[in-house]
Each structure stands twice: as C-alpha cells, then as structure tokens.
Design a binder for this molecule. Structure first.
Ligand SMILES: Cc1ncc(COP(=O)(O)O)c(C=O)c1O
Length: 358
C-alpha cells in the first residue's frame, strides 16, 4: 500500500545564495545592497540572510520587514526603500539605525520635526522616468539643501531606479542612463541599478547596486538565462501526485470544464494549487518528472492541479513532480504562464514546507 505525504515543498539551496553573491561581486566592483524584501522574494528571510553576510547592506520595503531583519542581523546597514510614513516609523528607524529613502515632501517634514539625538543616513530618491517614487530632478538642489539642514540626517546619498533595465537599448533606458550621469554630478554617493542593470552592464562601477532577483538565481532578462552569468537557482518547488484518474475521450477535467480530453487520457492529480502559490493563469504550464515534461491540463484549483500522464504508465501516486527548479527554470514557467518569475517566487505561501540545505 502506497504511503507518502502531500510533499508540497520548497527546497532552498543556501550554498547557491553565497555563490550568486560572489558572481555579482565579480560583475560589480562597487558596493552591493542585497534586496531581501517580501521574505527574501519568497525564499525565507531567516534562511537567506546568513548566506549574504558578505553584502554591504540590505534593502527591504516595509518597517516590519526591517525590524524582522534587524532581529536576525544586528550589524549590516538596512535601507527602507519606501522610507517611513509616520513619526512612529521614524522613531523605529532611528532606534535601529535604518537608512531611509526620502521621495516625498511629507518625509522631509517628518525628518525636520524629529528631535532625536541620534542621526541616520538618508537616500534622496529622484524619478528619472519610472514615474513611481522620487522627486523630480529639477527639485534636486532644493531637496538636497533641505536635507543638509536637518539634524537627524547624517550622510546623504542619491538613488534612482531603472524602469526597463532588462532592455538596455530602449530609448527610456538611454534617457535614464543620461539622467544617472546627471545624478552623479550632484556629488554624492549613489545607487542606480537593480539586477537587470548589473547583468546588462548598465551599472556604474562605483555605485551601490541594489541586487534582488539575481541573488536567488533567477534571471530578469528576456534573452539571457542564469547560465549566462553562472547564477544558480536557489529554490526548487516540488509536490507529489496524490491521485490517478482515467478520463475518457470527450470528458472534461477540472473547474469550468475548460479542458476536454481529445482522446482517452491518464491524469495525475498533484497536491499543489494556488493556495500554495502555484497560480491559476489563462495560459497553462508544464511540470517535470525527472527529465520528462507533463502538461498541466484544466484549471489549477486551490489545492491541486491535473497533469497529463498519458503514455507514462510508470508514474503513480506518491511520485514527486518538479513545478520549477533546476530541471525546469522558473523563468520559463513564468513565460509559459504569461507572468514574471518575481510573482512566482514571491507568491509561495506558508502552507509550503521549506527544506533548507547547503
Ligand atoms: C527600488 C528597488 N530597487 C531594487 C530592486 C531589486 O530589483 P531586482 O530584484 O530586479 O534586482 C527593487 C525590486 O523590486 C526595487 O523596488
């Protein structure tokens, strides 16, 4: 009698994290900020951070993420990429020596009103074309001189962000590169590039590069895989086949009866669904069983999905399948689904068991 478990697990290879950081060190001579927001892009903050001890700083999005990180790591610089939103958050930032990004006038006012004895480092963010966060470049002198006059502000640095670092020749990227040269001329240390910027050779050698997705062994570039840069995927996602079905020609499979069998089929039901972080999408992907591909048929449901095992008679219940990982790159899974790999790794939910090893 077969006995197994649902087997829905993310295997995290910690050795690949410091390997990837070393690859970025070889590509980028300047400082490296490891971006570990969103629970280290779904990889588990506490698992990942010890293997990034060689980075120069960490960056997160929220004050809660920063506090969680400070509890794990007392020594590194931690940068709040959206800055603080109120006096309580600023108090916490000062008490924990977080760097804050400043991108809106209300954040200048918050810093101005603050009467702490200790000072913190500040990153003045300028919007060079992303149209998300940042002051307009025309306000640079005003913003920087205001910051220089505030007691709680220790060192000032400058930050910009590429909108399309995966597309180095686009007119927008070319414009943003020119604006980065303008930002350099302001005379402060600066941070311009994300993973795509570094991999595409857009980064300045002496900048503080903000590297996220690449540290997890995932390529954000459309044409270049991680092998091009000798990066290794950190997460592999697995689940087990929990049921086998024979479906006759003309019958449908799954919710909405969107998939109709064109011939008799052998179907495997896999114990992973969108509540685990494997999304429902219009365009279905594949899974891998060893080196064999099996197509996902019908809609992904909350806890399960169905795969086509026709002609694979040796595959039965308890068989482990790979949703993404070394045999089946997450970038390609995302492309098949019409998604980006960021949404896949960040979407892993707490129902998935983490198996962490070197
Ligand atoms: C402001 C900022 N910098 C850097 C990054 C890291 O980007 P990537 O994961 O593409 O390296 C992000 C990620 O979303 C970001 O929002």
């Amino acid at each position: 009698m077969a006995q197994f478990n649902r087997g829905t697990q993310a295997v995290i290879k910690t050795g690949h994290i410091d390997h990837n950081l070393k690859q970025f060190r070889a590509l980028h001579p300047g400082k490296i900020i490891a971006v570990v927001k969103a629970d280290a892009y779904g990889h588990g903050l506490a698992f990942v951070v010890p293997y990034l001890s060689d980075c120069d700083a960490f960056a997160v999005a929220t004050i809660d993420e920063a506090l969680e990180l400070r509890a794990i790591n007392q020594n590194h610089r931690i940068i709040l990429l959206e800055g603080v939103f109120n006096a309580t958050e600023l108090d916490a930032a000062v008490a924990n020596q977080f760097d804050v990004v400043v991108h809106q006038p209300f954040q200048l006012e918050l810093l101005q009103q603050n009467n702490h004895q200790q000072a913190i480092d500040v990153w003045a963010k300028f919007d060079t074309g992303m149209n998300r966060l940042g002051f307009q470049p025309g306000l640079a002198e005003e913003v920087l001189s205001h910051l220089r006059s505030i007691n709680v502000v220790k060192n000032i640095r400058v930050m910009t962000h590429f909108a399309s670092s995966d597309d180095k020749t686009s007119p927008q990227t070319q414009h943003q590169l020119a604006m980065n040269h303008w930002a350099k001329s302001l005379g402060y240390e600066y941070s311009f590039s994300n993973t795509g910027g570094v991999l595409n050779g857009l980064s300045e050698p002496d900048e503080w590069a903000r590297v996220g997705i690449g540290l997890y062994g995932i390529s954000p570039l459309l044409d270049d895989t991680v092998q091009t840069f000798n990066l290794k995927p950190v997460m592999q996602l697995y689940a087990n086949i929990i049921a086998i079905k024979n479906v006759a020609k003309g019958e449908s499979i799954g919710y909405g009866a969107t998939y109709v069998a064109e011939s008799n089929m052998r179907i495997g039901i896999v114990g992973i669904g969108y509540a685990d972080g494997y999304p429902w999408t219009e365009r279905a992907s594949h899974v891998m069983i060893g080196d064999k591909k099996a197509a996902i048929v019908g809609r992904v449901s909350m806890d399960m999905l169905a795969i086509d095992l026709t002609g694979m008679e040796d595959m039965g219940v308890g068989q482990t399948v790979e949703l993404w990982g070394e045999n089946w790159p997450i970038e390609q899974v995302a492309a098949e689904m019409g998604l980006i790999p960021y949404t896949l790794s960040c979407g892993i939910t707490k129902r998935v068991k983490f198996d962490v090893y070197q």
